[in-house]
Design a protein around this ligand. Sequence first.
Ligand code: KG4
Ligand code: ZN
Length: 363
Amino acid sequence: MLVLGIDTSCDDTSASVVENGIKTLSNIISSQIEIHKKYGGIVPELASRRHIEMIWPVVDEALTNAGIKLEDLSGIAVCHGPGLIGSLLVGCSFAKAICYCRGIPLVAVNHLEGHIFSSFLEDPGPSFPFLALIVSGGHTCLYMIAGFGKYRELGRTRDDAAGEAYDKVSKLLGLGYPGGPVIDKLAQKGNPKAIDFPRAYLPESLDFSFSGIKTAVLNFLKSKKESRVKGQQSTKQSLVSSHSSLVEPCDQCPVTGDKSYFSLSDIAASFQAAIVDVLVRKTEWAIKKEHIKRVVLSGGVAANSELRKMMKEMAEERGVEIFIPAISLCTDNAAMIAAAGYQHLVSGNIAGLDLNPRAYMPL
Ligand code: KG4
Ligand code: ZN
């Protein structure tokens, strides 16, 4: 069975052809980062307009790369939420129009369900039941997945998502958007123990909270700036630049030679350590609580090198199988929508042409 997946939930226009829910024949992603980065985040109106321009070329390329035509498709799977409503509308309207004209079955896929099913595109994929940690720019949640359509939420973020924390801290540090990849890279050169940023473990709960760490980083930067201003009176020299990037990359203070001077990479590594610690420990608690032997990690933040490493180590220690898709399948893509869409299709869960996207949608 060949399924065309379409995802336009956020800022990537993506289309993919997947065979039998497990084999990726093509996976095309048109990124909008260049459009949004000068604004420090996604501008919804610009995102929708770009989706309109790119949807047909991207779908066309996905079909061509897979070596198939529209008439070869068993179904079209489209992400109908959660996401930016204007962006979702483009993918949904496009999918409905093609399905109507060509008489192709339409299936509707929840974006989070797509992230979970991205793990089936790897060989070996997981078998049910498993625990899924989805960490992205919009979500941080833990689910027990007993089978297709049998999902139980164990915990979710009470405020910011992990990826959102990366993006906000990156903005504070003047590192631009998106924050995850740049902080990940910088952190590799830094000391994760340099600054003891708080970890919100929320005892007795599998919920998360990541808004505090952003404030902690901000307070840390402000305290550094204040001490710089005081120091300036004696040294008459600026240790840190005063524009949006408050701390310059440097291993020791360029003026006093002070080794306790914090570099940008130390801040990145310490921030990342706090986020990764919480994600790994909470997953470990959930493993113990649910007596589960398989874990899936997915979503954009699952591309993070430290999180991937620490999760693998924890899983090995606990004798648990871990499934982490390739980075290109962790960040937003349409192959995951096609993989989940295949499950809907074989279950006979066909959507009507009155399908409407929704910005907020529980799994
Ligand atoms: O899943 P995704 O592509 O889109 C959403 O559904 O939100 O996730 C995007 C998020 C962004 O916040 C981005 O900063 C983060 O994933 N991200 C990373 C890395 N690559 C992307 N976070 C940490 N480390 C990375 N290497
Ligand atoms: Zn996503």
